[in-house]
Every structure is written in structure tokens, then in C-alpha cells.
Design a protein around this ligand. Structure first.
Ligand SMILES: Nc1ncnc2c1ncn2[C@@H]1O[C@H](COP(=O)(O)OP(=O)(O)O)[C@@H](O)[C@H]1O
Ligand SMILES: [Mg+2]
Length: 290
């Protein structure tokens, strides 16, 4: 079976390249013909319908929602689906999707959209936000990964500066879940099953991302943690994901974010699990059972 692995058209991050190659390797080991392709011209609208080359399925390693929807409309099964990728790409849409679902998520205040960069910041909105979330609070752009769009804000001056700088970028503010240092648990879920957990800790930054110096270690996947993350994946209809979990000082779990294209190299290394192999197996079984 021919399998398309779609990667971003401008991909240059080494981890992204390695991710696609590992999945290709494990699909090939199971008899598939895996083709890694940059995500441009893979599907087009022609004579009023969407045309694309035929594949058994597509491993969609990009976040480009338009490309995902085009490929899906051509009849291709995407792992993950276009809708799931879209919801996970936008952290606030993820929070909205999970809210009312029985999952603990940190309190969030969404910043109203502003279309004019020269507008004054809305101080009434900022004061209301501080009243709800207190300092320190966390600011996040809706789109962002590897910790890049996440900032800890300690006072009103920092908040006003952040708001001014990000006025026209979709963003939101979130309650800071204090656990003493930059720490979270990354849980990988494949086909509805949590397969491993990695604790990430950074002693010099409140963000635990490996790319910012966080150190990963194998973490015990308790039934409570596994069922929380499996519930999250099911609720967002994800075939594969990495769920980031924060733990407060009382040991309470909070869903921080959900990554539809979570890098797995560090988790494979520290947990000793063949994540790419399990994902390849899951996708092939799923397609062969249709
Ligand atoms: N509300 C929060 N309270 C405490 N720490 C947080 C909070 N949100 C994020 N962090 C820290 O910042 C890191 C990056 O945030 P995250 O939302 O996962 O963004 P990214 O997509 O950039 O990884 C998290 O892994 C966690 O260590
Ligand atoms: Mg994260």
C-alpha cells in the first residue's frame, strides 16, 4: 500500500524531518510504500472537484488546515483528521472543546480580537483578567509550539506591554498552575490508548519544553493519568497525540495543551517505547479493517 506522509512545505526543523523519517521507516518495515512529501500541490480544485494522487492513507504531519481539508475532500483518510488537527493547532479552541467535558483545565480569559494595531489597549479588560487569574498569570498565543508563544506575567506593567505587543494576534490568559518549577507530563496516546508518559522538568524556566532545556524522564503511567489522557484524545477524535499535563501542589492534574503532531523522539528514548512503530501498526490495522 502506498502511504503519503505530508510534511510542511517549508519544513526545516530537524525534529520534524526525523519524525517523518521514523514513521516512514516503521511503515516500510510493515510492507507499506511510504512517500514523504512536502505539503504543496498535493491536492487541487480542478473542474469543480478536488483532485489528488491516490494513496492508501495519509500521515498528516503538518498543521496546515486548508491543505488537510483539501486532502480529506479528495477522499484520503488523514491521520489525524483535518478537524482534529485544526482544533489542536489553536490552543484556545482546544480549551473550548475540552470545557464542559469533565476535564480539569486551567481557568482561561480570552483576549478580544483587535483588527487595528494602533488601537489603545483595553485596560478594563486587563483589570478584569487580573481580578480573575491573579499574578503571576500565563499569556499564550493561540498558535505556537515548543514554548515559543508562552510567557509568565508577574505584574500589570508586564501585562500591559504583552497586550500591546500582541494586540492583533489571537491570544489568551491562563491561571498559572504552580508546581514549584517548570514541569509537566507528556503522555502519548495512540488509537485511544496511552502508551507512555514522560515527565519534563526545567529548573531555569517555567516552561518544561525539551527544546528550551527541559529534561525528560520516564514517568509512571498510572491508571488515573492514562484514563484522563485517553478521554482527552477520544473527545478530540485524535488517532495520535501528546497530551501535556500540569500538576498543582495538591497533585491535581490539569490539561495544559494537546499536540496532534507531538514529537516523539525524546519519549521514545526515555520511555524505551517504539512510538513510531505503534503508530504505524495502528494506522495500517485501521485501514485494513475498513
Ligand atoms: N497555565 C500554566 N501554568 C504553569 N505552567 C504552564 C502553564 N501553561 C504552560 N505552562 C508551561 O509552559 C510549557 C509550554 O506551554 P504549552 O501550552 O504546552 O505550549 P507549547 O505548545 O509551546 O508547548 C508547558 O509545557 C508548561 O511547562
Ligand atoms: Mg506543550
Amino acid at each position: 500500500m502506498k502511504v503519503l506522509i505530508a510534511v510542511n512545505a517549508y519544513m526545516k526543523n530537524k525534529s520534524q524531518i526525523a519524525q517523518s523519517e521514523r514513521i516512514a521507516e516503521e511503515l516500510t518495515a510493515r510492507g507499506a510504500l511510504a512517500e514523504i512529501k512536502k505539503n504543496f500541490n498535493l491536492a487541487e480544485i480542478e473542474n469543480s472537484s478536488v483532485k489528488a494522487e491516490k494513496y492508501g492513507f495519509c500521515v498528516f504531519l503538518d498543521k496546515d488546515k486548508v491543505a488537510a481539508r483539501l486532502l480529506e475532500k479528495s477522499g484520503l483518510r488523514l491521520f489525524n483528521s483535518a478537524a482534529a488537527v485544526e482544533v489542536c493547532d489553536d490552543k484556545m479552541l482546544t480549551n473550548i472543546a475540552l470545557a464542559n467535558g469533565g476535564f480539569n483545565i486551567p481557568d482561561c480569559v480570552y483576549a478580544p480580537l483587535c483588527y487595528h494595531g494602533d488601537s489603545n489597549i483595553n485596560e478594563e479588560f486587563l483589570h478584569g483578567t487580573v481580578q480573575k487569574l491573579k499574578f503571576p498569570l500565563v499569556a499564550k498565543t493561540n498558535y505556537g509550539s515548543l514554548g515559543a508563544g508562552v510567557v509568565l506575567i508577574k505584574n500589570f506593567n508586564e501585562l500591559a506591554n504583552y497586550e500591546k505587543k500582541n494586540l492583533t494576534a489571537p491570544h489568551f490568559y491562563q491561571k498559572f498552575i504552580d508546581c514549584g518549577c517548570g514541569e509537566d507530563i507528556r503522555v502519548i496516546v495512540i488509537g485511544g490508548k496511552a502508551v507512555c508518559a514522560m515527565k519534563r522538568r526545567n529548573l531555569t524556566d517555567f516552561r518544561s519544553n525539551i527544546e528550551l532545556g527541559g529534561k525528560g524522564e520516564n514517568y509512571c503511567l498510572t491508571p488515573k493519568l492514562a484514563s484522563l489522557c485517553e478521554g482527552v484524545a477520544e473527545s478530540l477524535k485524535l488517532d495520535y497525540c501528546g497530551v501535556d499535563i500540569l500538576t498543582d501542589k495538591n497533585g491535581e492534574f490539569y490539561v495544559c495543551e494537546v499536540n496532534s503532531n507531538a514529537f516523539f523522539a525524546a519519549a521514545e528514548r526515555v520511555c524505551g517505547i517504539n512510538i513510531a512503530g505503534r503508530y504505524a501498526e495502528y494506522m495500517l490495522n485501521k485501514i485494513n479493517s475498513i
